[in-house]
Write a protein that binds this ligand. Structure first.
Ligand SMILES: Nc1ncnc2c1ncn2[C@@H]1O[C@H](COP(=O)(O)OP(=O)(O)OP(=O)(O)O)[C@@H](O)[C@H]1O
Ligand SMILES: [Mg+2]
Length: 394
């Protein structure tokens, strides 16, 4: 491998990336560009990051012995969780033994379940959030829905991309919402969080970088979610000065509490009356942040790589407004193929990233279309237009 002559990165030459999806793939590329040797891991073979990493390993990352074995055999300077579904108690033990977990093992532990991060944000740090109640069974759930009033939102405490999440609109919807949440949790049936429904005007991700030379913020990213899963994002999202200040204060506080070095995706709701509510945070690059692949001098992946290698970040530069649109598969495909990429690329300032997932299921995110333009509105229009020209087929 390359020897890097700088004192900061010379100590981090091997990285073990836990999770080899599209975010892990872009991070692998950025780390490789800085001379780091990457081992990409996931529970299935030929995952996107594995296709560009130096080495790959396939194992169950929720299994503590298998996780430990991967660490011992690859001897990484950095252990980088890129998904939530990892045995985080084992990460805590490994950290105690001297291994470096990005950003910290505690951050991965707290953010892998909604209860850990919500209690930290709302109860310890007193950050503004939606009202919430945790429920362990149907009876508690019913009481929680009535107390928070309809509509309210239910989510399994361990899930992502909107899995098991639904809006309960009436008393009659309680049973279906409970059943759906019980089927959608990563850890199977069990505890849920019920939240008041926030009629937000818009929602944003504030990418926040904790680097060796301080905390940096990217321009706010607006996004639209359908059924709890991201479909479009744009940058910069228009906000008042006060809202930006409030969003930065919230993001600085939650990321400071999670600690370590790296980029975090802080999800916030913007209310009509100007208030900003904390929703959740990823201690790693964020799916809505893929727009930075076209808008910023250093994308969220490049920033994360620099931050975790403890390279000072001179500044975060937004070069242009831009937008991203997720390409989702309409159905199951054993061998997905992509038609019309050339038509999408015929539009000005459009770029396409196909993730290379070996197979597709209905609704699975398979790629992203990026566009830059003078305004985020124009960029989004172009990105949607381009995305419509691409068809996923067998
Ligand atoms: N209390 C709420 N009121 C209104 N909308 C909500 C509420 N909670 C969540 N949502 C909507 O659902 C989306 C997904 O919720 P959340 O981010 O909590 O779940 P997630 O499964 O972790 O999503 P992801 O993994 O995509 O970030 C939010 O971005 C927002 O659009
Ligand atoms: Mg979210």
């Amino acid at each position: 491998m390359l020897e890097i002559g700088t004192p900061y990165s010379a100590s981090a030459k091997r990285a073990l990336i836990l999770g080899s999806g599209e975010l892990g793939k872009e991070l692998t590329l950025e780390l490789s560009r800085l001379g780091v040797e990457v081992t990409a891991c996931d529970r299935y073979a030929n995952a996107p990051a594995m296709q560009v990493a130096h080495h790959s390993r396939v194992f169950d990352m929720l299994n503590p012995e298998q996780l430990r074995q991967a660490v011992l055999e690859t001897n990484p300077n950095l252990i980088i969780p890129e998904v939530e579904a990892i045995c985080t108690p084992e990460l805590l033990r490994l950290e105690q033994e001297g291994w470096t977990v990005v950003p910290t093992a505690r951050a991965t532990r707290l953010t892998m379940d909604r209860e850990g991060i919500r209690r930290l944000a709302a109860e310890e740090l007193s950050l503004p959030t939606a009202k919430y109640i945790f429920a362990d069974n149907f009876e508690e759930f019913t009481i929680a829905c009535r107390k928070l009033e309809f509509p309210c939102v239910v989510k399994p405490i361990m899930s992502s991309s909107g899995k098991g999440q639904s809006v309960v609109r009436t008393e009659a919807g309680i049973q279906d919402a409970w059943n759906y949440a019980q089927e959608g949790g990563r850890a199977g049936a069990g505890r849920v969080i019920v939240e008041e429904f926030v009629p937000f005007e818009s929602e944003i991700t504030l990418l926040t970088v904790r680097a060796i030379n301080g905390t940096h913020f990217c321009a706010p990213i607006g996004h639209r979610q359908v059924n709890g899963d991201y479909v479009e994002s744009w940058q910069p999202h228009s906000m008042t000065e006060n809202q930006i200040k409030e969003a930065q204060i919230i993001s600085a506080r939650i990321t400071e509490s999670l600690g370590g070095f790296g980029l975090f995706g802080v999800e916030l709701f913007l209310l009509k009356d100007g208030r900003v509510l904390f929703s959740e945070v990823s201690p790693r690059p964020h799916d809505t942040g893929m727009v930075t692949l076209t808008t910023q001098a250093w994308s969220e992946f490049a920033l994360h790589a620099r931050a975790i290698l403890q390279i000072p970040i001179a500044q975060v530069t937004l070069l242009s407004a831009g937008a991203s649109v997720a390409l989702k598969s309409p159905q199951v495909f054993a061998h997905p193929k992509y038609r019309g990429i050339e038509n999408a690329l015929a539009l000005p300032n459009v770029d396409v990233r196909i993730f290379g997932k070996p197979n597709a299921t209905e609704g699975r995110r398979m790629g992203v279309v990026l566009a830059s333009a003078d305004t985020p509105t124009e960029a989004l229009k172009t990105a949607l237009n381009a995305a419509n020209k691409i068809k996923i087929v067998e």
